[in-house]
Design a protein around this ligand. Sequence first.
Ligand SMILES: [Zn+2]
Length: 61
Amino acid sequence: MTTTQLRGPLGPAAANEWRAALEHAAGCLACRAPGARCETGERLLSAYESAARQARSEEGQ
Ligand SMILES: [Zn+2]
């Protein structure tokens, strides 16, 4: 996996959250199982989404 992919679609602002979610999902059977839910994965993803949302709103100013 390249650094560009790890950085995610929204640049470095949410990079830490994106990487944390990716790294968790890569090693988590629950996240990879179809239809399964993982509280940790969902928490990491929502952390990424809020960071990305904040980055977008800051870029828009
Ligand atoms: Zn998980």
